[in-house]
Design a protein around this ligand. Structure first.
Ligand SMILES: C[S@@+](CC[C@H](N)C(=O)[O-])C[C@H]1O[C@@H](n2cnc3c(N)ncnc32)[C@H](O)[C@@H]1O
Length: 336
């Protein structure tokens, strides 16, 4: 029989979807930004968000019980330090990811995780009839929510990655599947002599200018639209792939790496930035992200040994793995 605390913890995990969706709704409504300067009542927030006062109050009091908001007399709410992470100007933003994960396409695919576990295939494809990239390419509004989520995650990771790994030795850095450039912008801002090439799909890089301009690096960053199964910009000293390989099965990931190998300058470096699956019983975050990759794409997070094998198959050797203060590590490959 489980101990009493185990039983409560188990139930908390079972009901985790409730907290997740409640935070998603608050993020979508922009509650944290509305509370950025001063406390506000739930009625005031209902007017500002176009929601019903009583249901919004019930959402807010639940979030206060979770420690994201604080409720004072008169149904007046403030942000806690944790809740401040949902502000759009947060240094480590969680809001864009929260806004994304509760969207119907993503949420419904997670609701079909059993299909992925039974078949090994993508629940997203089973539910929606196509892969997430094609789905979003046809839906600009959903693509924008996803791209903002990626920008948020890369902003969260950037300081830790830059502190852990020296990008300063590279003159031309190509970010393959770099989204709207949040990581590359931070790398270029930290290394004023470096030049960047941001490469991603056309409908994604079309939204990159603001990110690059905000970091003051637009003059040192070329933006190239394309498909990494066809060709990628040549002659880079470093090819960065952050959160790319985990989107693909081994054969496809190998094909992407071979394209990088062909494109890179002699002596160039491959810089893969991903979670590394830890030994048994540790580090649930990466193992849950692995389930996310399974459900969305029939893909996976990898162990260090799996990265080494992947690199070997694409003409690289695994040179080093550097942990960062973030959930991702820097996995460096050198031409074999
Ligand atoms: C998980 S996101 C990671 C984005 C970014 N590297 C980051 O970490 O914030 C994967 C990226 O791969 C891009 N992508 C998917 N298929 C692609 C393709 N065929 N060619 C180029 N980019 C692609 C997506 O548009 C998306 O920006």
């Amino acid at each position: 029989m489980p101990q009493r605390d185990d039983a409560a913890e188990l139930m908390r995990l079972v009901n985790g979807y409730q907290a997740s969706q409640a935070i998603h709704v608050a993020a979508t409504l922009g509650i944290a930004d509305l509370l950025k300067d001063e406390p506000r009542t739930s009625d005031e927030l209902a007017v500002a968000t176009g929601t019903q006062p009583r249901p919004l109050y019930r959402l807010l009091r639940a979030l206060a019980a979770l420690g994201i908001l604080r409720e004072a007399e008169g149904q007046r709410f403030t942000l806690t330090p944790m809740g401040a992470g949902l502000r759009s100007d947060a240094a480590n933003p969680a809001g864009p990811w929260a806004a994304f994960i509760g969207t119907p396409a993503h949420w419904q695919a997670w609701g079909d995780l059993l299909h992925s576990v039974r078949t090994g295939g993508s629940a997203f494809r089973h539910v929606h009839g196509t892969d997430p990239w094609t789905h979003r390419a046809q839906r600009p509004a959903e693509s924008a929510v996803f791209d903002r989520a990626m920008t948020g995650l890369s902003r969260r990771a950037a300081d830790a990655v830059i502190a852990a790994y020296d990008f300063g030795r590279f003159g031309r850095i190509v970010d393959v599947g770099g989204g709207q450039g949040a990581l590359l912008a931070a790398v270029l801002a930290a290394h004023p002599a470096a030049h960047g090439v941001l490469f991603d799909q056309p409908h994604v890089v079309s939204g990159a200018a603001d990110v690059l301009r905000a970091a003051g690096v637009e003059a040192r960053c070329e933006v190239v639209a394309g498909c990494f199964f066809e060709a990628i910009p040549e002659g880079g000293d470093a090819y960065v792939l952050k959160s790319i390989l985990h989107d693909w099965d081994d054969d496809t990931a190998t094909a992407i790496l071979r394209t990088c190998r062909r494109a890179m300058a002699p002596g160039g470096a491959l810089i893969v930035i991903e979670r590394v699956i830890a030994p048994p019983n540790e580090a649930a975050e990466a193992k849950l992200s692995d389930l996310n990759m399974l459900a969305m794409l029939g893909a996976q997070e990898r162990t260090r040994e799996e990265f080494a094998q992947l690199f070997t198959g694409a003409g690289f050797r695994l040179a080093d793995v550097t942990a960062t203060g973030d959930v991702v590590s820097v996995i460096e490959g050198a031409p074999a």
